[in-house]
Ligand binder design. Structure first.
Ligand code: DX5
Ligand code: ZN
Length: 215
């Protein structure tokens, strides 16, 4: 089974409850919440109240992708709001191992999110501290961008390293059905689903998710 993680910032916030219940019905794996501070990325999307609201609507894993500067001091806020998995960017923190260890010490799943121009070599010391690696396949900050082809090489390398570690690889950005099919063959375990595969399609989430699972 692919790990399928809807990007909630792409959902219709005027009927969040209906959106989550349709996604539950579709049996998605977890909910992906994009948190931006306007500095690490030039945009704002979801915040603590959104995470709390989603937490109240599901028992599935809620992940927070923290696209914020110096996340360490804010981790507890997101855990207290209900996050089970927290992704942090090595580019956003001076001592990223401290942040990853803090997440684990709080009993939560740790995630490393890596930008398209961040190499595996630059995170290799801390890779063993991550339960999930979120490979950005677009530059973070906006939905609806074009897939960056050169990120495939990184997914391939991370897959080769997998037997030494226990992380799962998730791709984030422009994951269309065609991209998912291609990345699946490279050993990718899961996908953040935004406008390219799930939202705004005028088709039921259940049907779309079923189709992605059997690709
Ligand atoms: C950024 C987001 C997006 C996004 C993906 O971190 O997670 O990349 O919503 O969806 P699309 O398919 O619109 O790129
Ligand atoms: Zn994301």
């Amino acid at each position: 089974m692919k790990l399928l993680c809807p990007s909630i910032m792409c959902a219709d916030f005027s009927s969040l409850q209906e959106e989550i219940s349709a996604l539950e019905e579709a049996n998605v794996t977890m909910y992906h919440c994009d948190i931006m501070d306007g500095v690490f990325v030039p945009n704002f999307t979801m915040g603590l109240n959104d995470v709390k609201a989603i937490r109240g609507l599901t028992k599935k894993v809620v992940d927070c992708h923290l696209m914020i500067e110096n996340p360490l001091s804010k981790i507890d806020l997101f855990i207290d709001a209900g996050a089970d998995l927290l992704y942090v960017h090595p580019e956003s923190e001076r001592y990223i191992s401290k942040t990853l260890m803090h997440i684990k010490n709080r009993g939560k799943l740790s995630g490393l999110a890596i930008n398209p121009d961040t190499s595996i070599e630059s995170i290799k010391e801390v890779i063993g501290l991550a339960d999930y690696i979120l490979v950005m396949t677009v530059n973070p900050g906006f939905a609806g961008q074009a897939f960056l082809d050169f990120t495939k090489e990184k997914i391939k390398k991370l897959n080769e390293l997998k037997n030494q570690y226990s992380y799962k690889i998730i791709a984030d950005g422009a994951c269309s059905p065609a991209v998912i099919q291609e990345l699946d063959n490279l050993g990718c375990d899961g996908y953040v689903l935004g406008t390219s595969a799930l939202f705004g399609k005028n088709r039921s989430y259940k049907q779309l998710i079923e189709e992605l699972q059997i690709l």
